[in-house]
Design a protein around this ligand. Structure first.
Ligand SMILES: NC(=O)C1=CN([C@@H]2O[C@H](COP(=O)(O)OP(=O)(O)OC[C@H]3O[C@@H](n4cnc5c(N)ncnc54)[C@H](OP(=O)(O)O)[C@@H]3O)[C@@H](O)[C@H]2O)[C@@H](O)CC1
Ligand SMILES: Nc1ncnc2c1ncn2[C@@H]1O[C@H](COP(=O)(O)OP(=O)(O)O)[C@@H](O)[C@H]1O
Ligand SMILES: [K+]
Length: 540
């Protein structure tokens, strides 16, 4: 797993490294060296480096010097003379580079800049890094669109300029890079909101020998899950099992208005590996679900007049639920009074529980002033997994809208810390999905934008429940188990987009390729295994 840091955590990390005797000036030299190595990998003849006023520009000045030393023609464009650069470290390296074999252009006109950009094989963006805030000011508001329009290839240093390294948002414009050479650890904004559209490939320069040890001394906003981390979940089935020992799921879902949600969740749970999946649904839509899912037993539950769970539903659902390895509740249930009652009944049972969709909205209705204010509502011994998207998460914490990954993680942590239990997980779903536990926040691989289509969340909750059931004997961290389920879901998105076309994926497409997604997860994990040095791979 690879740490992802907030800007504040990066500053703390720099301070820790400095306390161990490596100055920020040395880090800048190393950052410039790493950036130069990323640029040199394209074997350019001519490089243009755009520098700003701060230390991000400092990295660019160092890289300019190194690339010029390699015999590459280097132009540096700066808004001010090296002596006028306000940041002291950057000013120092800029003065040094100015005395070397690079062509420096100060404050070019748009046409001059366009000419320089057009003739470069690689343009390096060292304009703004983690210090960017507010709106883009001149001349950068002119430089950035010029680069985006005319550059053959762009390498961004640390963060594409104009992208907020914390939130991942782009207000007006930002550099669209082919590669981003980020320093010490990726910043969370590279993965959040607009980030993935601007960063290109992210390459991280460790810079410091003892980074692995020092990085443990600062908090991590999150950790990126790599395919190899999931290898334990990819074992083949043992021979000596039956449908019950493989794990069972009760899907408490559906209503006359939304029977499809129950069908998708149940089918996904079965495809994810559970040996026995049943559906508990309002009697009014039970036959429809039976016809759609011949392999799935359907339990009729008393309904209200609108075809949602009725007043007598809680008892019927809870009686059935006790026998299963995992219960999933929520897809398509509505927030009728009987549904709220079912959700609160299930929370009291001693069975692993996944709450999704309207079960989360029922939970919001049960609490006043945010669920984290009433942890007794959801604190339980047995595992609990919530799968809210950003809007559902906002409702759960009764807060302003969660807009980005950092905000989603913060909201999830409020719920987690209030409950304080190891087997409570919040899967905060969005373009990037965070799997948050009380100990760690993990970022499994994200799927394509094709997955932004109705019903894909029902498929995810089915996959999560099926995975929990199949792995009912698992004793490792729940964050990792849930990350495996989210990764499978993302892989189904890639496979479906490939098969049906990026814009044509519908939620049901994902279900039938869950098996292919498992094969892809194995393939990716094995690639990771090959990359590990032999001694480590053997666990030596
Ligand atoms: N992590 C590490 O260990 C290492 C980090 N290093 C590097 O340091 C970078 C951080 O450097 P930094 O703090 O100097 O900030 P940086 O991004 O250069 O920008 C600040 C300048 O931009 C200006 N400015 C701000 N907003 C603006 C706007 N909207 N429009 C226009 N201008 C704007 C701002 O002006 P001000 O706000 O003061 O008016 C100030 O002059 C980091 O990303 C990495 O590359 C490496 O060197 C060493 C190892
Ligand atoms: N832009 C996107 N890129 C990748 N995945 C996305 C994107 N938008 C949504 N998703 C994924 O699609 C799923 C949508 O879930 P949800 O909003 O609950 O859908 P529904 O309620 O319609 O079933 C989540 O797993 C989410 O992570
Ligand atoms: K930059």
């Amino acid at each position: 797993m690879k740490p992802i840091l907030s800007c504040e955590e990066v500053r703390r990390l720099e301070d820790c490294i400095e306390a161990e005797g490596t100055s920020k000036a040395t880090l800048m030299e190393l950052a410039g060296e790493f950036a130069a190595s990323v640029v040199a990998a394209s074997d350019p003849k001519r490089v243009l480096i755009l520098v700003g006023f701060g230390n991000n520009g400092g990295d660019g000045w160092v890289a300019a010097d190194i690339l010029a030393h390699k015999g590459i023609d280097v132009d540096v464009v700066s808004p001010v003379e090296p002596d006028e650069i306000p940041a002291a470290l950057a000013r120092h390296v800029a003065r040094r580079t100015a005395g070397r074999d690079v062509n420096i252009v100060i404050g070019p006109s748009r046409d001059e800049l366009a000419e320089l950009v057009s003739r470069a094989d690689v343009v390096v963006d060292a304009i703004l890094g983690t210090g960017f805030h507010g709106s883009l000011r001149s001349p950068f508001s002119i430089w950035i669109p010029t680069v985006n329009e005319l550059a053959a290839e762009v390498v961004a240093i640390d963060v594409p300029s104009g992208l907020d390294a914390e939130t991942g948002t782009v207000e007006e414009d930002a550099i669209r890079a082919a590669r981003t050479a980020t320093m010490l650890a990726p910043k969370i904004g590279l993965y959040s909101a607009d980030g993935p559209d601007y960063t290109g490939e992210i390459l991280c320069g460790g810079l410091y020998d003892r980074l692995d040890e020092v990085i443990d001394d600062v908090d991590h906003a999150a950790e990126m899950v790599e395919p190899i981390d999931l290898i334990d979940f990819l074992e083949p089935l043992p021979s000596n099992i039956d449908k019950y020992s493989r794990g069972s799921v009760l899907v408490v879902a559906g209503s006359s208005s939304y029977p499809g949600a129950a069908i998708m969740a149940a089918k996904a749970a079965a495809r994810a590996g559970a040996g026995y999946v049943a559906v508990a649904t309002p009697a009014t839509c039970a036959n429809l679900i039976r016809m759609a899912l011949p392999s799935v037993p359907v339990i009729d539950i008393p309904a209200d007049s609108r075809g949602a769970f009725g007043a007598a539903a809680r008892r019927a659902v809870c009686d059935a639920a006790k026998k299963f390895s995992c219960v999933l509740c929520g897809p398509g249930i509505t927030t009728a009074a009987g549904c709220i009652d079912v959700v609160s009944g299930l929370l009291k049972l001693d069975v692993p529980l996944v709450l999704d969709a309207d079960a989360l909205n029922c939970l919001s209705k049960l609490s006043i002033g945010g669920l984290d204010e009433t942890p007794e509502l959801y604190r339980r011994e047995a595992p609990l997994i919530l799968t809210p998207h950003y809007r559902e998460l906002s409702r759960l914490v009764d807060e302003e809208a969660v807009r980005d990954l950092g905000g989603a993680i913060e909201a999830a942590q409020r719920l987690l810390w209030a409950a304080g239990s190891d087997n409570f997980i919040v899967i905060a779903k969005g373009p990037v999905t965070a799997v948050a536990g009380v100990e760690k926040v993990l970022l499994p691989v994200s799927g394509p934008a094709s997955m932004a289509t109705a019903g894909t969340g029902d498929v995810l909750s089915g996959i999560v429940a099926g995975t929990v059931a199949l792995n009912h004997a698992y004793e490792g961290p729940w964050e990792l188990l849930c990350s495996y389920a989210v990764s499978l879901h993302s892989y189904t998105g890639f496979i479906a987009a490939d098969r049906y076309g990026e814009k044509s994926v519908i939620a049901t497409d994902l279900i039938d390729v869950i098996g292919d997604a498992m094969a892809l997860a194995s393939e990716e994990a094995l690639k990771g295994l090959e990359d590990v040095p032999a001694t480590t791979a053997k666990g030596a």
